[in-house]
Design a protein around this ligand. Structure first.
Ligand SMILES: [Zn+2]
Length: 218
């Protein structure tokens, strides 16, 4: 393992910026677990915790899981033995309210973030990436970038299709929502004297990874 320094990171970036790929690589590099809101929700539901059941209730009712419930689960996860070696939060917080809630949780646990990393990709590149993306309608696998509409999934034989929210118009709307919500989060962290690093997320996966490691510094 290369990373020996303890790292507590937040990775932000619009949908399609490559957070999943780069987040996994960073986690491996620094030897830390990576948590997305989805991971934490799934784990809490699987374990049947009180918060997990509460979250399930909201989801069954077709409602968003409130921040307080998510932050409660986050507190559990970040105080776990696994997270003692550091962690990378993938795509959380997304709003200033969540950033404030997370700061309270970290304060209580006596922890500080080392950096908030913003993976920056121009909107046009994201529209291009996401509208070219094909996803298996059966197993959810994301197909390689040159896959044509209706090809067969290499894993299960299902149909590879464009997701309805990956069409260019919807992507542009998702990006607008993301930028409206998230730009203030980065400002908030800067005002709170948390180190914010912005890294260009275009180019080869390996190059982006090297750029990230250099910017984070370890
Ligand atoms: Zn499939």
């Amino acid at each position: 393992m290369i990373g020996v320094r303890l790292m507590r990171l937040v990775l932000m970036g619009p949908p399609g910026a490559g957070k999943g790929t780069q987040g996994a690589r960073l986690a491996q590099r620094y030897g830390i677990p990576r948590y997305s809101t989805g991971d934490i929700l799934r784990a809490a539901r699987r374990e049947g915790t009180e918060l997990g059941r509460a979250a399930q209730g909201y989801m069954d009712a077709g409602e968003l899981v409130p921040d307080a419930v998510i932050l409660g689960m986050m507190r559990g996860t970040l105080s776990s033995e696994e997270a003692a070696a550091g962690f990378l939060l993938d795509g959380f917080p997304r709003t200033v309210a969540q950033a404030e809630g997370l700061a309270d949780v970290l304060d209580d646990l006596g922890l500080e973030l080392d950096a908030v990393v913003d993976l920056d990709v121009p909107d046009e590149e994201i529209v291009r990436r996401l509208s070219a993306r094909r996803v298996c309608t059966d197993c959810g696998r994301v197909a390689p970038s040159d896959t044509v509409e209706g090809a067969s999934c290499p894993d299960c034989g299902g149909d590879l299709r464009q997701r309805s929210d990956d069409d260019p118009r919807t992507v542009r709307r998702r990006l607008e929502v993301y930028r409206d919500e998230t730009a203030p989060v980065l400002d908030w962290y800067e005002r709170a004297d948390t180190r914010v690093v912005r890294v260009r997320g275009t180019g080869l996966v390996q190059d982006v990874h090297e750029r990230l490691v250099e910017a984070i510094g370890a």
